[in-house]
Design a protein around this ligand. Structure first.
Ligand code: PLP
Length: 322
């Protein structure tokens, strides 16, 4: 590894003066029926169709060093998911924003992973009329999650191309941030069977789509390629495209063949849960430059922007009254 491919993370700079945290909230917090409870005590009614039918949408937001990243963009995307699923939020946008702040404040975290979730609810017992459901909002906050830890990122991830295809966009809208993950889950098991650490699924026509919780970029020469459709428009993907515009790196949204990844100069994954994750190998064959200089530059720019407070909203560490 050369100095220009070594990854680094800015050191925390903010002091938030958060009040001492109650021990029962140290592992995380959850928002259930308007109350904040320790995350291990959070539960969902068994008959909620969010559970029985995977009829739910979510948004995952991170805070780093006391700053929530792109909160308004996440709330916009959450509302887009709700509209596409024909759901109505029982809480206003400001109430959900307040819940996010309150969950982090109560947990007392600088670096947090927050998931806000809308489930369909349930119709009266005995009815299967979806129109009679009232949606339920719930959320949780746990310490920041890394799909790949900084140590793993430094050497790059081993990726497997799944034999299973991503559920088609004509069946389940990938622009809804949903929980239709059985394809990813079984793909992950397949990846582990092959000695890899994660999986990328395709569209069935040999084009890359996405993986469990991330989008993908491939470098060919001076240009980055990333899938154009059939996957979630990840917030980190969007951030990387904006950073590349500033760094003068050209990005093409296009159909990306699996062969382009196998023969890539570099490749990386993007996710709220870890940022910019270099790829070291695909199906046990090393990527030419993994992690390489483009990835390292984009990685550094991403974390520097976050440290600078770009599109950041300071967490309000006022712990709400019980
Ligand atoms: N694709 C899928 C299926 C995801 O679930 C996620 C995030 O959870 C992503 C892509 C990456 O999106 P983001 O950068 O907003 O975390």
């Amino acid at each position: 590894m050369t100095p220009d491919t070594l990854l680094s993370w800015p050191t925390p700079s903010r002091s938030r003066n958060a009040p001492p945290v109650e021990a029962r909230f140290a592992a995380g917090t959850a928002w259930i029926d308007g109350r904040i409870v320790p995350v291990a005590e959070a539960s969902l009614p068994l008959l909620d169709w969010g559970f029985l039918r995977s009829d739910a949408c979510q948004e995952t937001i991170s805070a780093w060093d006391g700053l929530l990243f792109r909160l308004d963009d996440h709330l916009d995307r959450f509302w887009r998911s709700l509209e596409r699923l024909r759901m109505t939020s029982p809480l206003s946008r400001d109430e959900i924003r307040g819940a996010i702040h309150a969950l982090i404040a109560t947990a007392g975290y600088d670096n947090a992973y927050v998931q806000i979730i809308m489930t369909r609810g349930r119709p009266p017992i005995g009815s299967r009329d979806i129109r009679l459901c009232t949606q339920r909002f719930q959320a949780f906050c746990i310490p920041y999650v890394w799909i790949a830890t900084p140590e793993v990122q430094q050497r790059g991830l081993h990726v497997h191309i799944g034999s299973r295809h991503r559920v088609p966009a004509t069946s389940v809208d990938p622009m809804v941030k949903h929980y239709h993950w059985l394809d990813f889950e079984l793909g992950l098991l397949e990846a582990f069977d092959h000695g890899a650490e994660t999986v990328v699924l395709t569209d069935g026509q040999d084009h890359l789509l996405e993986g469990p919780g991330f989008n993908i970029f491939v470098r060919k020469g001076e240009k980055l390629l990333t899938p154009r459709s059939g996957m979630l428009d990840g917030m980190t993907r969007r951030t990387v495209m904006e950073l590349c515009a500033d760094l003068g790196i050209s990005v093409e949204e296009t159909d990306v063949p699996v062969a382009a990844l196998r023969d890539a100069d570099e490749a990386f994954l993007t996710t709220t849960a870890g940022g910019v994750l270099p790829v070291a190998s695909v199906d046990a064959k090393a990527i030419r430059n993994g992690p390489g200089p483009f990835t390292a530059r984009i990685h550094a720019a991403y974390w520097q922007r976050r440290a600078d407070g770009w599109l950041g909203e300071p967490v309000d560490y006022t712990v709400p009254a019980a």
